[in-house]
Design a protein around this ligand. Structure first.
Ligand code: 0FX
Length: 245
């Protein structure tokens, strides 16, 4: 039996993963779940839960290397140190279609730059969302998609990939392929910069609609402009597609 550490900062995905384990598809005793040591929301909710514990991958890498045969990052917000990725097989479930728009919130950037998006499961190397690809699925972005509707399709694709491929991943029975190019990388600071709207910016309606739908994601307050007194005014877009019969 292989001991597997799943590290995630995304509670919804952990719930879905646990439901899959509950179907009897995997041995539940193989898995231990952790979240990032700085994730206050999960710490408050799961304090005292022995199967969902905080972890600092840099500080605890030696213990992880000794204890586990496989580490799965299921949207873990820590960068794995080189020593860890070079000593244990580490696999990342990523909400983007590598190598396009690697890094932060891929669908936001795909709406803006038109690069493909989807879900990828890949081996982790020393760079962000960069290692050899195990499996991936493209998701179409429609002109009426917002960040949220695109993201929902992507997380569905991620679960589909997990369901179909996780047994082979656990057993190390898969072939990988190298990403066909380096692609591009976006960081949190790139997303933060997008959020401030310059009211004097000139562009087409297409540019402006794309910017606002890329920053529209449920209750998140992303896009804003500053009023005359320097206060932020947040905005989001509603798109209502009406199909011809
Ligand atoms: O867990 P996750 O879906 O993914 C993020 C990165 O995009 C991913 O590349 C990385 N591997 C992973 C560890 O972290 O992120 P999230 O749950 O913080 O956000 C989900 C979506 O919500 C995001 O794609 C866009 C939206 N969002 C999130 C925040 C925090 C916003 O629109 N505004 C926000 O401030």
């Amino acid at each position: 039996m292989k001991d597997i550490l799943v590290i995630s900062d995304n509670e919804a995905l952990v719930d879905k993963f646990n439901k899959l384990i509950g179907t009897g598809m995997f041995d539940p005793h193989q898995f231990h779940f952790s979240y990032s040591y700085f994730n206050k929301a999960l710490a408050e909710k799961y304090i005292g839960d022995n199967n969902f514990t905080p972890v600092n991958v840099k500080v605890e890498k030696d213990e992880i290397i000794i204890k586990y045969d496989l580490v799965i990052s299921l949207h873990c917000k820590q960068l794995f140190p080189s020593e860890l990725v070079n000593s244990v097989r580490c696999v990342n479930v990523h909400p983007g279609l590598n190598p396009y728009n690697r890094g932060w919130f891929p669908q936001v950037f795909s709406i803006l730059n038109g690069k493909p998006c989807g879900a990828t499961i890949h081996e982790i190397d020393e760079q962000l969302d960069h290692g050899n690809i195990i499996v991936q699925k493209e998701v179409a972005i429609e002109p009426w998609d917002t960040s949220l509707t695109a993201y929902n399709k992507i997380t569905e694709a991620e679960m589909e990939l997990i369901e179909k491929n996780m047994l082979d991943i656990i057993e190390n029975k898969y072939k990988t392929k190298r990403p066909r190019q380096e692609g591009n990388l976006n960081l949190k600071k790139d997303f933060d910069a997008l959020c401030q709207i310059d009211m004097a910016e000139v562009g087409t309606f297409q540019n402006h609609i794309d910017r606002l739908r890329a920053l529209t994601h449920g209750d998140y307050m992303n896009a804003y402009f500053l009023d005359g007194e320097g206060n932020k005014v947040f905005l989001k877009l509603e798109l209502v597609p009406k199909k011809n019969k």
